[in-house]
Structure formats: structure tokens, C-alpha cells
Design a binder for this molecule. Sequence first.
Ligand code: ZN
Length: 245
Amino acid sequence: MRIAVLSDIHGNLDALDAVLGRCREEGIGPTFVTGDIVGYGAEPQEVIDRVAELHGVRMVAGNHDLAAVGRFDLEWFNRVAATALRWTRTVLSPSGRGLLERLDPRSEGSTALLVHGSVVDPAAEYLLDEERAAASFGHERFELCFFGHTHLPVLFVQDAGGRVEGRVPEPDAVVELDGGHRYLVNPGSVGQPRDGDPRASFLIFDTEARRAVWHRVAYPVEEAQRKIRDAGLPDVLAERLAVGR
Ligand code: ZN
């Protein structure tokens, strides 16, 4: 079975549709979504609808999703993010709000643990370095965990001796997840990449072969930018999409 892992879509329907188009071409089965479905982008409700209709989807809430329905303090966010979240609250439908109200920032399953931030703090901690990854490995027993929140494609590996190493995967490179090791895996961001590559980032995980492949997909960035400007959202949210920062 091959599973698509998507994170930090952030209301960017143009990026999501490009990714889902690629998943259809590849004949992907279920989808995991590791949070931040909304926030920043101009089509949060449309993105919720699209994600909710995916076959076999398993989702967790990100800090933006929680804040959009009053479950996470807006004070935590910078001014631009908070502005976008206040706007997001005005455009969600009752069913969209209902979905975000039901999601937790953590979901356990047979294939993988899903969190948004980290295992230690599923809603809000940024897993940016090996030290924080080691804390998550130590927090509880899991073999494979998918996470998001940093918008950076990365994989942290813990070997049998407990040593933790971070690696930045190249697009299209095949990464074997060997037995006996433990993994914390970030697919990168669909809707607001921050690694300098503006293309949407996601991952395909083959559960039998234990192989992960990170993919990058170009999408009409100008369309997403135009919608952000038309919605009256801060211009910096449009600008950053072009540079992937
Ligand atoms: Zn995010």
C-alpha cells in the first residue's frame, strides 16, 4: 500500500490540487494529513472540503486549525498569522468548523503515529534539530511518526544504539526506512514551503517496501497569490509563496 503524506496545506487549494493530481497519476491509496489544513491561504473551506472527501484520509489538527476554531490562543501567533486566522474564522462553514473541532493534534494508527508539531507537544513544538528529535524519541515508544509544523522536509533517524541523526531528503530520492531504526518524518509543506523551493512538497510512503519518496510539484503560484490579495490578506503571504520562504 502506498500512502500520501501531506502537511501544512494552509488553505492553498491550487497547491493541494496539484499534489492530488500527482497522487492520482501515481495511483496512491490513503492519505495522511499532519495538520495546518487552514491559515495563511485564501481557500480554507475549499481545502477542508477537498481533504475531507479523500478516500481513507487520516488527519490531525495543527495549531492554525485549532486557533481557527478557538482551541488555541491567537496571542501565540505573529501579527500576520493572527490576521489570517481571524479572516479564516469568517469564511469557514459550520461543517468546516465542525471538522476542525473534532480533530486532535495527534492520531495513533497501525502504520504510523501522526502529530503536527512533535511527540512531546503535538500541537506546537517545532522539531527543528536532533536534540528536540531525541526528546520526541524518548517521550514514548513508536517506530514511525509523521509530523509537520516546520514546513521543512526532513527525516530524523534513531539507530538501535539510541543515536539520532537528521537528514534533508533530496526530491525524488528513495529513502529506505530500515527495520530496527526509528523515524520522525516531515513531508514538507504543500501550501507554504519554507526551504527556498516554491513547489509544493509531499511524501509517498510504501508500507510494504518501507520506502519514502519526497516529491515536489509545481503549481500556479500566481493564482494562489491573486486569491490572497483579492481576500485582502497581508501581501507578505502572497509574496512568500513565490520564493518558498
Ligand atoms: Zn504550518
